[in-house]
Design a protein around this ligand. Structure first.
Ligand SMILES: Cc1cc2nc3c(=O)[nH]c(=O)nc-3n(C[C@H](O)[C@H](O)[C@H](O)COP(=O)(O)OP(=O)(O)OC[C@H]3O[C@@H](n4cnc5c(N)ncnc54)[C@H](O)[C@@H]3O)c2cc1C
Length: 283
């Protein structure tokens, strides 16, 4: 198993922010996960996917990190009813796999730059769909750090939120194929084109910084209409393509990011009495 010590965390998140990591473990299969059970048992050990929704403090992360990005030994069809995916498979790969097999319902994942495990943790979604809509059951690490298969009914999930019920990590997942749904070949490209037009996908960001406060109120529209779209703090600024994306110009720090988040939250609260909740995880 690859183990890295004293590496910059900037390499491990898409907004490229963070100080050094003490140690990062990269298990590739179930037996390697079992071999680092004692590391995973530690309360402050943090699981990392592709880092597309994470920023790290400038002082770095002082405890152990376990990255599941290399846990991608499998992506396959199980009979005609299920897709099986390891936690480290990228959302894009899963979407393309489903598309190649004429399976509907996974197209929205195409432009989400995370792993399946990270997407399950965040209940990632787009274009009116969420990953948990497709789940049948998951393999998790339970409270005793044993690998256990759990049915979807054991989890409460909602917009960008999953109640973890003692789950410390998602290891793999069985998705249910919805036979009633019609496969639309054009949908994947259609979603991809929409993203390219409306989101700064090639810049250093972590996607949406805030959750939408209500179904009919987007954080992006709120920031825009509050005359905050041109705000910047240090090396972090609001994207001119999408107001809920904060961009690192290459010199941004976690301090800059947290300051800009605070400025926007405070201003939005003063103007609208709405508290914007962070979607990005900062450790
Ligand atoms: C350009 C861009 C576009 C984006 N578009 C979208 C979008 O349309 N919709 C959307 O929902 N998000 C979007 N995101 C955000 C992000 O891609 C998703 O939240 C994604 O699901 C995070 O996956 P990850 O593997 O990168 O997780 P990470 O960022 O590595 O981790 C996120 C959280 O999940 C935890 N975690 C990671 N893996 C596991 C695991 N196996 N088990 C348990 N916990 C785990 C981490 O500890 C952390 O708390 C976008 C981000 C970017 C940069």
């Amino acid at each position: 198993m690859k183990i890295l010590q004293n590496v910059s965390l900037k390499k491990y998140n898409t907004i490229k922010i963070g100080g050094p990591a003490k140690v990062i473990y990269f298990p590739e299969n179930h037996s390697e996960i079992k071999a680092i059970k004692n590391i995973l048992k530690k309360k402050k050990t943090l699981i990392l996917g592709n880092g597309s929704n994470i920023a790290f403090k400038d002082i770095g992360y002082k405890n152990d990190l376990v990255c599941f990005k290399k846990l991608k030994n499998s992506l396959s069809l199980i009979g005609s009813n299920n897709i099986y995916a390891s936690a480290g498979i990228s959302c894009a790969k899963l979407a393309k796999f489903a598309h190649r097999n004429d399976i509907p319902g996974f197209e929205f994942l195409y432009g989400i730059p995370g792993t399946v495990g990270g997407a399950l943790r965040m209940n990632a979604g787009a274009f009116g769909a969420e990953i948990w809509d497709n789940v049948q059951y998951v393999t998790i690490l339970d409270k005793k750090f044993d690998l256990v298969k759990l049915d979807k009914s054991k989890f409460d999930y909602s917009y960008r939120k999953v109640c973890m019920q003692g789950t410390s990590a998602f290891i793999d997942v069985f998705f249910k194929i919805n036979k009633k749904r019609k496969f639309q070949k054009h949908l994947l490209n259609e979603f991809s084109d929409k993203r390219k037009k409306t989101q700064p996908i090639n810049q250093w960001s972590s996607g949406c910084i805030f959750k939408n406060p209500k179904k009919n109120i987007s954080a992006s529209a709120l920031i825009d209409k509050s005359q905050l779209s041109k705000k910047r703090y240090g090396g972090i600024y609001i994207s001119n393509k999408h107001c809920n994306y904060f961009i690192n110009d290459g010199s941004g720090s976690c301090n800059d990011l947290e300051k800009l988040i605070k400025i926007i939250q405070t201003d939005i609260y003063q103007q609208h009495k709405i508290r914007l909740e962070k979607e990005i995880c900062i450790y």
